[in-house]
Design a protein around this ligand. Sequence first.
Ligand SMILES: Nc1ncnc2c1ncn2[C@@H]1O[C@H](COP(=O)(O)OP(=O)(O)OP(=O)(O)O)[C@@H](O)[C@H]1O
Ligand SMILES: [Mg+2]
Length: 389
Amino acid sequence: MASLKDEVLAKLSSVPTPDGRPLTATGKLSEIVANDGKVFFSITVDAADVKAWESVRELAEKAVRATPGVQSAMIALTAERAAGGGGGAAAASAPPRQPAMAPGGARPAAAAPPGSARGPGGPAGIPGVAAIIAVASGKGGVGKSTVAVNLALGLRDLGLKVGILDADIYGPSLPKLLAIKERPQTAGGTRLKPIVRHGMPVMSIGFLVEEETPMIWRGPMVMSALTQMLREVDWGNLDVMVVDMPPGTGDAQLTMAQQVPLKGAVIVSTPQDLALIDARRGIAMFRRVNVPVLGIVENMSTFICPHCGTRSDIFGHGGARREAERLGVPFLGEVPLAIDIREKSDAGEPVVATEPDGPHAQALRDIAARVRDGLKVESRPAPKIVIEA
Ligand SMILES: Nc1ncnc2c1ncn2[C@@H]1O[C@H](COP(=O)(O)OP(=O)(O)OP(=O)(O)O)[C@@H](O)[C@H]1O
Ligand SMILES: [Mg+2]
C-alpha cells in the first residue's frame, strides 16, 4: 500500500507550474511531512516569482486536500532572494539568504535583515490582536513553556482576552501542557480554527504532527510554519497573545521579531550562572531587534520540601533578580521549584487553572500582574472570551 506521502506526491505530480514542468519535477518542494492525515511542506521560489507561483500553491493545496486520507494541509510558499547573482555592489552587499514569505496567498511579508525589521512602519500586526509577547530564554528546559501557559492563565484571570501560540516547532509543548489531543478544524480556505482551552485559543504545530515525530526543518520552513500559525489562524480579538518560544536565539526568534510587532519579551531563567549567561544573550538579542524586555522571571527558585518545610536553594536563589538589576530590566518574580508544578504541568493541568488559590499559582499570578502593568493594557469590559471549540 502506498504511503500517504507517496499518494500526496502522486497528486502533486499533476500540478502544473510556470516552469512548464509538474510541481514534483521543479526541485522547489521541501520534504513532505505527512503524518496521521496531516500534511505540510513548502514550495521555495525566487522572490521575483512569488506572484506567479501563488496559484501553484493554491492548486497544490487543493490537490493535497483531495488526496484520500488527508485531513489537513498546511502549504507555504517561501521566497528566497537569489544570492549575489550579478556581482554588482547591491547584490554583493545583500545578505546571502533573505527570505520573503508569501503564506497562504497573502502578499509577501517584508523580509528584513536582523535589526532593521522594526524600523518605521515595522512589521504588520495581526488584525484583532492588541499585543504579542514572547516568553523566551537563552537556555533550554528552564520552564518557558510552563511559565508561558500559567502566565497566559494569569492574564486571563485579570480579565484579559488571551491566546497562546506555541512557536516551538522543533519540540512543541502545548499539546502536553494543556492536554490537547484534538486537531484544529479548518475555518474555510486555508485558515485554521485554534483549539480552545481554559477559554483561550491555542495553536501549536504539535496539533498537526505527532509529538514524538522528530522534525527536520529548514530555515524557511520554520518561518513559513510560524507565519502561518500567526496569520492564518482565526485568533479572534485578543488583548494579549502569549508566544511560547523555543530556546535560544535562532530562526524562530528572528522570525517572530521580524514578522510581527512584538510588544515585549519575558525572559525565563533559573537562578544559576549558566542559565543567566544565556538569559543575558536572549535579552541582548531582543534589544538588538528593538523588542522591549518586559522583565526576567526566576523559575525553579527556592525549593520548599513538601514534607518538612525545609528551604533549599537547589539552583541558587536571587540570581535572576540581581541580573535584572544589573541589566536595568524589571524583575517579574520567582516561581518556586515545586514537584506540584512539574506534576501538574506534565498532566496537562497548569497550576493557575487547577490550583488557583495555591502558593504556586499566586506567584505566577503576581508575575502576570507585573507583565500586564508592563504592557499597560487595560482589560476589556467584555466578559471572558467565548469561542466555539
Ligand atoms: N517551577 C518548576 N518546578 C518544578 N518543575 C518545573 C518548574 N518549571 C518547569 N518545570 C518542569 O521542568 C521541565 C521543563 O519545563 P518546560 O518544558 O516548561 O521548559 P522549557 O524552557 O519550555 O523547555 P524547552 O527549552 O525544551 O522548550 C518540565 O518537566 C516542567 O514540568
Ligand atoms: Mg518549551
